[in-house]
Design a protein around this ligand. Structure first.
Ligand SMILES: Cc1ncc(COP(=O)(O)OP(=O)(O)O)c(N)n1
Ligand code: 3NM
Ligand code: MG
Length: 210
């Protein structure tokens, strides 16, 4: 089975934490709770800290057999031997990332609320596509809004895993999963929970019911 077929369940995205020990403690809890995928995203760290944190998270995700994706930066993904990279509209092309990372690594692409972007990303070789924001997000309040109907169309027409993102909680995730999301990408509802492990477990359980 190709590894991108494992893009399923809880797709945890790291918060902007500068303290690496604190980051690792939190991520360990999320992985214990059942997160299948971890994306390293840190908009506050400098280059050296990003490299150190990405290295440490690569080791930790190996311990749990979780997929490790680096946000924005295919070069950093290659440097730390990540399983793949996630690219938004400003983060370079799928073709360039593929050339750097090779065929066996994962290239995921943000498609916002635009189905044609997903078609094009898949045509260019993306391994998964992400749509959002489905709900309002305090991390990205300016995000465009996506409709659940998009997931239904994507489910019918695309043959790659589909990730939903934006303001997702344990309470609203079921609608997205029912509409066709293979994975839900979450920041706030996971890391701001009083018990991160229980929150990760709660999200993961939503998938075992489908
Ligand atoms: C799984 C997933 N989906 C969407 C995004 C957003 O990517 P992008 O639009 O490049 O925005 P930033 O995350 O870079 O601020 C994502 N990171 N992960
Ligand atoms: C990073 C990101 N991208 C989005 C998009 O719509 O493309 S929404 C988002 C933030 C997700 O964080 P939370 O789970 O706290 O809403
Ligand atoms: Mg980006």
């Amino acid at each position: 089975m190709k590894q991108h077929q494992h893009i399923t369940g809880l797709y945890a995205i790291t918060p902007d934490i500068l303290d690496t020990d604190e980051l690792l403690r939190s991520v360990r809890l999320a992985l214990r709770g059942g997160a299948h995928v971890l994306q390293y995203r840190n908009k506050a760290a400098d280059t050296a800290l990003k490299l150190a944190q990405a290295h440490a998270l690569r080791q930790l995700t190996r311990e749990f057999g979780a997929i490790f994706i680096v946000n924005d930066d295919a070069g950093l993904a290659a440097q730390v031997d990540a399983d793949g990279v996630h690219l938004g509209g400003e983060d370079g092309s799928v073709v360039a990332a593929r050339a750097l990372l090779g065929d066996s690594r994962i290239v995921g692409v943000s498609c916002y609320n635009r189905f044609p972007l997903a078609h094009e990303a898949v045509r260019l070789g993306a391994d998964y596509v992400a749509f959002g924001a489905f709900f309002s997000s305090s991390v990205k309040p300016e995000a465009v809004q996506a409709d659940v109907a998009l997931l239904r169309s994507a489910r019918k027409e695309l043959n790659v895993p589909i990730v939903a993102i934006g303001g997702i909680t344990q309470q609203n995730a079921a609608t997205l999963i029912e509409a066709g999301a293979d994975a839900v990408a979450v920041i706030s509802a996971l890391w701001n929970a009083p018990d991160i492990e229980a929150s990760a477990h709660g999200f993961s359980t939503l998938f075992s019911r489908t």
